[in-house]
Design a protein around this ligand. Structure first.
Ligand code: PMP
Length: 378
């Protein structure tokens, strides 16, 4: 008779590592080709356009001698620029080394380290795959809530379930679907004793969705996490931030100061605040990506792909049979185009395709068309 294998029984990979490191299944990031290798990279939702020209200007006038000094612990220049951009006060902003770090601190700050059924953090079954990893790493029980058949998240599934917290990406990844703000508000109302985290990594690309930041003054249990990796083209800089009531922010500061009190370096503070200040460039870049996304979605649909409406800088698309997602992923890779394929239940028939420049997407469509013609004729 089969029996569940307990974590403590997991075969040790290394005797010097503790039980957690021996048993954990780390997050697997999308493939990063070696420097200098030429590919069309549509696999990690990076922005195809360079950061704001203001970043370069700021860097050129920077005195490197300042690097001998530690940076401002709160990344004050980013805090102030982000507060202005988001329409909140600086005391409502917490800055971290990429939103991944901010998310890790959210897990450590608000959610209970107890293996008790009622103390689970609720996450959508299909969502950012780092959430279950943080849960495991910080020993927070995680309960996965299935999506509806159309990949939507039903707020009612988060209304009557005992929990110690809720983590939802909106737009969700990798599905690209947007949950209406009214539904987020219903989840907040139904869970006044838990912190609800809305990860808005892709919010800038969701046209009709007003950010949950608009609810911050109203709900003391809401934390919204944002990144500068996507809409600001700064994935290589590693800056993300959280927006919440000031008491929630104070908790994140306590956690940060128990781990690494200078997470955002001086150059990152300089460049990120310059990018946040250039609203015109931000609006221009996101509009270009939204317009390319719409065009590519139509072209893929004309080729027989199906996909949910995307509110992100990527499409989550299912190729027309008999073309399989995995085959298409492999064949595109062989032709120098990287997209993301998840060999997992529920989403294994889909590819996640980052929106690149118009030229990159033309090349992508041309290669996809070749694959479709090939399977049709064979
Ligand atoms: N949240 C979601 C939903 C993401 O897809 C990503 C990017 N992989 C992140 C957060 C992390 O972004 P970063 O650490 O680059 O800010």
């Amino acid at each position: 008779m089969s029996r569940r294998i307990r974590k403590s029984e997991v075969r040790k990979l290394n005797n010097y590592w503790n039980k957690k490191i021996n048993s954990i299944e780390p997050y697997v990031a999308g493939e990063q080709p070696a420097e200098g290798v030429k590919v069309i990279k549509l696999n990690t939702n990076e922005n195809p356009y360079p950061p704001s020209p203001e970043c370069k200007k700021a860097l050129e006038s920077y005195d490197l001698a300042d690097l001998r000094l530690y940076p401002n612990t709160d990344a004050m220049s980013i805090k102030e620029a982000a507060a202005k951009a988001e329409g909140v006060a600086p005391e409502n902003v917490f800055v971290g080394n990429g939103s991944d770090e901010v998310l890790a601190l959210v897990w450590q700050t608000y959610w209970e380290k107890e293996y008790d059924q009622d103390k689970a953090v609720l996450v959508p079954e299909i969502s950012y795959s780092f959430y279950p990893v943080y849960s495991d790493f910080y020993s927070v029980r995680c309960r996965k809530i299935p999506l509806k058949d159309d990949f939507s998240i039903d707020w009612q599934d988060y209304a009557d379930v005992p929990n110690c917290g809720i983590a939802i990406a909106n737009p969700n990844a990798p599905t690209s679907k947007v949950m209406p703000l009214e539904d987020i508000e219903k989840i907040l109302k139904a869970n006044p004793d838990s912190v609800v985290m809305i990860d808005e990594a892709y919010q800038a690309f969701a046209e009709d969705y007003v950010s949950a930041v608009s609810l911050i003054g109203k709900y003391k249990n809401l934390v919204v996490v944002k990144t500068m990796s996507k809409a600001y083209s700064l994935a290589g800089l590693r800056v993300g931030y959280a927006i919440a009531d000031k008491d929630l922010i104070e908790g994140l500061i306590r956690a940060r100061d128990s781990f690494n009190s200078y997470p955002v370096d001086r150059l990152a503070q300089l460049i990120a605040s310059a990018a946040l200040g250039d609203r015109e460039y931000y609006e221009e870049t996101r509009a270009k990506i939204i317009s390319t996304r719409k065009r590519v979605a139509e072209e893929l649909k004309a080729l027989g792909f199906t996909m949910p409406d995307s509110g992100a800088n990527f499409l989550f698309a299912k190729p027309p049979l008999p073309l399989k997602a995995e085959t298409l992923y492999k064949n595109l890779k062989a032709k120098g185009i990287l997209v993301r394929y998840f060999n997992k239940p529920v989403i294994g028939d889909y590819l996640r395709i980052t929106v690149g420049t118009d030229g990159e997407m033309d090349e992508f469509i041309a290669r996809v068309r070749e694959e479709i013609d090939y399977v049709k004729n064979s």
